[in-house]
Design a protein around this ligand. Structure first.
Ligand code: IDP
Ligand code: MG
Length: 149
């Protein structure tokens, strides 16, 4: 099982797309093991996106992600990281497949609605950065016998 960190970015919240975005992950069968709404601090934004520091889009990216509340989720499933990345779609909405979140709802790269971890190492680090261990729940789902083989 893998865990991945998902952020519904401020445009997703402000555009009333929290429900459809959660549905995209939920209908795949990905299991929500942590979820909360929060206002991202400048410090957390800079730590989360530290790999992009120095890029021309870095300061606008920090401005964007701190501009309104976000919804953060930890999702679990077999190959959850790639599954969630596929559901989200390519970074630039114009390159994202129709049917993906960015492909259906996005227009520009700087307003691309969702974050998803891109590797097992980053997923582990990001889940630990955004969630306290006590906020991650271990529970049974009756439907799992119809989702997992
Ligand atoms: P990802 O979110 O698909 O993993 P990354 O390359 O990790 O994409 O970039 C992180 C975020 O930075 C993107 O989701 C997007 O919000 C923003 N970003 C990346 N490249 C650009 C750009 O060229 N212009 C504006 N924003 C960008
Ligand atoms: Mg990334």
């Amino acid at each position: 099982m893998e865990r991945t960190l998902i952020i519904i970015k401020p445009d997703g919240v402000e555009r009333l797309l929290v429900g459809p975005i959660i549905t995209s992950f939920e209908q795949h069968g990905l299991k929500i093991v942590g979820m909360k709404m929060m206002q991202v601090s400048d410090a957390l934004a800079r730590e989360h996106y530290a790999v992009h520091e120095g890029q021309p889009f870095f300061e606008p990216l920090i401005e964007y992600i701190t501009s309104a509340p976000v919804v953060v989720m930890a999702l679990e499933g077999p190959e959850a990281i790639q599954m969630a990345r596929n559901t989200i779609g390519a970074t630039k909405p114009i390159e994202a497949t129709p049917g993906s979140i960015r492909g259906d709802f996005g227009m520009m790269v700087g307003r691309n609605l969702v974050h998803g971890s891109d590797s097992p190492e980053n997923a582990a680090a990001e889940v630990a950065l955004w969630f306290d261990e006590s906020e991650l729940l271990d529970y049974e789902r009756v439907v799992d016998r119809w989702i997992l083989e």
